[in-house]
Design a binder for this molecule. Structure first.
Ligand code: HEC
Ligand code: HEC
Ligand code: HEC
Ligand code: HEC
Ligand code: HEC
Ligand code: HEC
Ligand code: HEC
Length: 337
């Protein structure tokens, strides 16, 4: 307690609560978040490591040539065909780039999603998801998809924090990435109360105590829920991206059991563990002789996810997603959607 009152003076020097500020008192979470993909879900184009490391990217699609070039601090996007060309500075890079990175630019005052995205697995540009089959009757259509103001707010709403929208068409201020307050609602108030030394006003809800469904809905602000996908689709392998929907379809899922909550397997603050065996103990919390409700495996005592959470290739996305519809899946089985 004493330590955080001593920090109050240092805190007063800063404006609103930032991850850096939270980190003064919550070092573990803030350190973990520094390298997490969620906290890097958006970058100003000039900060994109991909664009820094790949200053000259090109790709040919249909009758058009696409290129992204970095000149000095600026990345510019250009599209040409045999008769004409367009060029626009890239403003934002969406995605930490685990699967891919998509670029947004403004042209004639409107926002566009560039038709070419960067894919680390392909080590270069290819069609942005959803673009391969679009009509490309002119340069404008070929270059990108026009995004209406409502959709652009949604993009920033999931990939950044605290976006303020003024009279202009762009966000006037925001913090890139999914920052602390996206999940810890009221943390600004908490930090301010700590600053004042008001221990009562500083009270915070404990997210670790949330029910599985409640937590799923918190993550579901951005990772679409069962109902979203069941109602609106998509069907087919493309919906492997919607982990909450897939998981809810598993026989393992029980809304009243925290052993199958998103945070039973994932650290909300850190990186995804890519060590298969790290997940065995999560499965065995239920699938062990100690719990009569879930059976044990007749085939293996470890490496559970390699057989029961198969990787799925989504055409065009250059990435293998992990199927959260946990099941006995045999080679050649139809993808349940
Ligand atoms: C000056 C120190 C300080 C700062 C800055 C601060 N907190 Fe806290 N926070 C505390 C203390 C002390 C507690 C109470 C811990 C306890 O009850 O065990 C707390 C509790 C919390 C809890 C509840 C933890 C639990 O027990 O589940 C959360 C979540 C939290 N803070 C998030 C934040 C976030 C996000 C920020 C930045 C916006 C922030 N805090 C800024 C000191 C601080
Ligand atoms: C404000 C929106 C938002 C919320 C709320 C949110 N996420 Fe995310 N999450 C994202 C975005 C955006 C990405 C993609 C980050 C990237 O790679 O650019 C992501 C990526 C992830 C990843 C993949 C990380 C990796 O290493 O590839 C996991 C796991 C994840 N989120 C889990 C969760 C969990 C668990 C919760 C709830 C406790 C949650 N998320 C809440 C937006 C959100
Ligand atoms: C409802 C919240 C939401 C909206 C709106 C949204 N995203 Fe995302 N985005 C996510 C989540 C969650 C992930 C991580 C899971 C996944 O890969 O699907 C993600 C992943 C991504 C990735 C891959 C990140 C990586 O590290 O590989 C890119 C690129 C991306 N989004 C771009 C966009 C763009 C561009 C828009 C707007 C046109 C947008 N997103 C709108 C939630 C959202
Ligand atoms: C994607 C959602 C999400 C984001 C972003 C996030 N948290 Fe959390 N946080 C959670 C959840 C869920 C829990 C409860 C489970 C746990 O302890 O991991 C939690 C727990 C905590 C706790 C309590 C830990 C304890 O031991 O009781 C603190 C403190 C905290 N977060 C601080 C932060 C800070 C600081 C940031 C920003 C650097 C941050 N969180 C960002 C979801 C999030
Ligand atoms: C039973 C364990 C388990 C639960 C519960 C779980 N996940 Fe996962 N998740 C995994 C595994 C395993 C991976 C793949 C790890 C790797 O890359 O090797 C993964 C990967 C991911 C990814 C990265 C993209 C992908 O599909 O590979 C995201 C995003 C994600 N999970 C989100 C969630 C969300 C949101 C929830 C809650 C609705 C959730 N997960 C619940 C085990 C789980
Ligand atoms: C919250 C407890 C819980 C967790 C955690 C859990 N399961 Fe399950 N799982 C169940 C229950 C209950 C069933 C239904 C009874 C049965 O078949 O065992 C089930 C069913 C299954 C089935 C049979 C599915 C079918 O369609 O017949 C497999 C395979 C499975 N689980 C594997 C796993 C793996 C692998 C993990 C970890 C990634 C895991 N489970 C995590 C509770 C859980
Ligand atoms: C090498 C692949 C493989 C691995 C690894 C594996 N399983 Fe299985 N598992 C199977 C197959 C195949 C079946 C179906 C067996 C059958 O129907 O005879 C199965 C069946 C199951 C069932 C359903 C049992 C029933 O009686 O209906 C559960 C639950 C299960 N596994 C859980 C797990 C868990 C937990 C782990 C990790 C400790 C695991 N599996 C590791 C291949 C595997």
């Amino acid at each position: 307690m004493i330590r955080w009152f001593l920090l109050a003076g240092q805190l007063a020097a800063w404006g609103s609560a930032s991850a850096q500020e939270c980190g003064l008192c919550h070092r573990r979470e803030a350190d973990a978040a520094k390298s997490s993909p969620m906290s890097h879900a958006l970058q100003p184009a000039r900060g994109s490591d991909f664009l820094k490391n790949n200053p000259d990217l090109g790709f040919r699609g249909g009758n058009f040539s696409y290129s992204i070039r970095r000149e000095g601090d600026q990345a510019s996007y250009s599209v040409t065909d045999s008769t004409a060309s367009m060029n626009a500075p890239i403003e934002w890079a969406f995605g930490a780039g685990i699967e891919g990175q998509t670029y947004l630019y403004r042209w004639g005052g409107a926002w566009y999603e560039a038709s070419a995205s960067f894919y680390p697995e392909a080590k270069g540009l290819d069609w942005t998801p959803g673009h391969a089959g679009r009509l490309r009757r002119n340069l404008e259509e070929a270059a990108g998809r026009k995004i209406d103001p409502e959709e652009i707010r949604r993009c920033f709403g999931c990939h950044s924090t605290g976006a303020v929208w003024g009279a202009t068409s762009g966000p006037e201020s925001l913090t890139p990435g999914v920052q602390c307050v996206q999940c810890h609602t009221g943390a600004d108030r908490h930090a301010a109360a700590v600053r004042r030394g008001d221990a009562k006003g500083a009270a915070m809800p404990k997210l670790a105590a949330m029910e599985t469904e409640e937590l799923g809905n918190l993550c579901g602000k951005c990772h679409p829920s069962w109902a979203d996908i069941a109602t609106n689709g998509p069907r087919g392998a493309g919906n492997v991206r919607f982990q909450f929907y897939r998981l809810t379809n598993s026989r393992c899922y029980d809304a009243g059991d925290t052993r199958i909550a998103c945070i039973a397997c994932h650290d909300a603050h850190g990186n995804l563990s890519q060590d298969n065996s790290a997940y065995d103990s999560k499965c065995q919390l239920c699938h062990s002789a100690a719990d009569p409700r879930a059976k044990t495996c007749p085939v293996s005592k470890g490496d559970c996810i390699s057989c029961h959470m198969p990787k799925v290739d989504v055409p065009g996305l250059h990435y293998q997603f992990t199927d959260h519809w946990i099941r006995v899946s045999k080679p050649g089985d139809k993808y349940p959607d």
